[in-house]
Design a protein around this ligand. Structure first.
Ligand code: SAH
Ligand code: SF4
Ligand code: F3S
Length: 453
């Protein structure tokens, strides 16, 4: 009998990767995915703890699941196992059990490979299951062979955890210490992905450029070395990596952007702030000029590199002038795209102890609006600069409109083109006609995609 599994995913791409692996682990137990929680025999919330808003969603969604479970029982339509996974589970496991005692199991990002055992226990009715220790064995060694992302553009986790301890951030506590998978096991996973149709791989890690997994010679290999190894695999057309920290933007990695043809000219390199005092208070361990020099070096090797970043406004004690320094850095760098957030104090982080230096909420909102206006202007100007140019697009899926496909440019822009669906999976040359705030529009260059006979 097929059972239904509902997974709701919040947070970063690593959670997206993990959710897909959980589905892979549950498949042999007879669970198929559903997007309707009311029908589910099991529901997993894969949660994010990064900001207060993200974290609070856990409890509101749990309330909804509890009602659905009660409805199911009232209709004598079976039961529902409710599980909380991810970073809120790791940080607040015991709290979840207390506030939501109807939850059957809570487990952190490093122990979901125990899912089959946990589900067996839950169905035996052994009571609540809480697994938030960091297991010694890496979960990657315990995932089924076919537990891989089979999308055209797919994720591959190569590194987890973080040892940086930025003053505002929960990740080192929720994901644990830095861990890198060995090169051989990543190459193996990449080959299986490519054999199943993947054309583009994004290497994932909370701190992906701190990668130092075991290489063929038994010594630690750098991310640049890993990228070179992956680039040798036949059938892989595009490679990306995210998210990086400026401190580990090493010479060999910067150079890879010139030398490795399939490494796409796009880099997400968060800086958070432009003031040196704030950067030091955040424990980012570099100055704004050091960041500018890294950008110069990257653009030296790859002049057309598209840059993306993350910014936090209203870190405790941030003055108007210090915020202006962030705006100045943005003007100097010119981003193709970026994310920005209001500082959110997180329990247990060093910055949360700076409570009395809090920037007022209205000031934070006003600064965020000014920053986002500047970033939006840059993004629009960037996208408009493509009008009339030709770019390669990996056609990934159907667009919202009939007869339209959408894919990504090398620079991560979404590109919409009129095209029949059978071209999904091709890399086509597109002549850009329109550059908008969040996407490009164009048409296929005649003859650029050979149609199958
Ligand atoms: N590992 C990545 C990203 C981690 S979280 C890195 O180091 O860049 C993604 C982004 O969320 C961060 O870059 C930061 O901009 C933001 N963020 C993290 N903690 C935050 C907090 N307490 N308040 C607001 N934004 C936060
Ligand atoms: Fe968080 Fe800093 Fe680590 Fe990024 S580098 S995950 S922001 S602690
Ligand atoms: Fe959120 Fe955890 Fe990712 S806190 S951003 S899901 S690492």
């Amino acid at each position: 009998m097929s059972k239904k599994l509902y997974i709701s995913t919040y947070g970063c791409q690593m959670n997206v990767y993990d959710s897909a692996r959980m589905a892979d682990l549950m498949a042999p137990l007879g669970y198929t995915l559903t997007d309707k929680p009311a029908d589910a025999d099991m529901a997993i919330l894969n949660t994010c703890h990064i900001r207060e808003k993200a974290s609070e969603k856990t409890f509101s969604e749990l309330g909804r699941l509890r009602n659905m479970r009660q409805d199911k029982k009232a209709k004598q339509d079976g039961d529902m196992i409710i599980a909380v996974a991810g970073c809120v589970a790791q940080a607040e496991g015991a709290e979840i059990m207390k506030r939501a005692p109807y939850v059957d199991m809570v487990f952190g990002p490093q122990s979901y490979h125990h899912l089959p055992q946990m589900v067996a226990q839950a169905t035996r009715g052994v009571g609540h299951i809480l697994e938030t220790d960091f297991p010694v064995e890496p979960k990657f060694d315990h995932l089924p062979e076919d537990a891989i992302d089979k999308n055209l553009s797919a994720f591959l986790t190569v590194q987890e955890g973080c040892d940086k301890f930025c003053a505002f951030c929960v990740v080192p506590y929720t994901r644990g210490a830095e861990f890198s998978r060995p090169v051989a096991s990543i190459v193996d996973e990449a080959k299986r992905m490519i054999a199943s149709g993947t054309k583009e791989i994004t290497l994932l890690g909370q701190n992906v450029n701190a990668y130092h997994g075991e290489g063929a010679d038994g010594k630690p290999a750098s991310l640049a070395t890993l990228i070179q190894k992956l680039a040798e695999i036949d059938g892989l057309h595009r490679l990306r990596y995210t998210t990086s920290h400026p401190l580990e933007m090493t010479e060999d990695l910067c150079r890879a952007h010139r030398d490795v043809e399939i490494l796409m000219p796009y880099l997400h390199l968060p800086v958070q702030a432009g003031s040196d005092r704030i950067l030091a208070a955040m424990n980012r361990r570099h100055t704004s000029d050091e960041y500018r020099r890294i950008i110069d070096k990257l653009r030296h090797y790859r002049p057309d590199l598209a840059l993306s970043g993350d910014f936090i406004v209203g870190f405790p004690g941030e003055t108007e002038q210090e915020f202006e320094d962030t705006l100045q850095l943005v003007r100097d760098v010119e981003y193709a795209q970026a994310y920005s957030f209001k500082y959110s104090p997180r329990p247990g982080t060093p910055a949360a102890a700076l409570g009395d230096e809090m920037v007022e909420e209205t000031v934070k909102s006003e600064r965020l609006a000014r920053l986002q206006q500047l970033l939006n202007e840059q993004q629009l100007a960037y996208n408009r600069s493509f009008v009339g140019k030709e770019i390669d697009v990996l056609l990934e899926r159907e667009g919202k409109r009939e007869g339209q496909l959408v894919g990504r440019s090398p620079y991560m822009q979404s590109v919409f083109v009129p095209s029949p669906a059978h071209r999904i999976g091709r890399i086509a040359t597109v002549i850009v006609q329109e550059g908008n705030a969040n996407s490009l529009r164009g048409e296929l260059k005649p003859g650029s995609v050979a149609d199958a006979a």
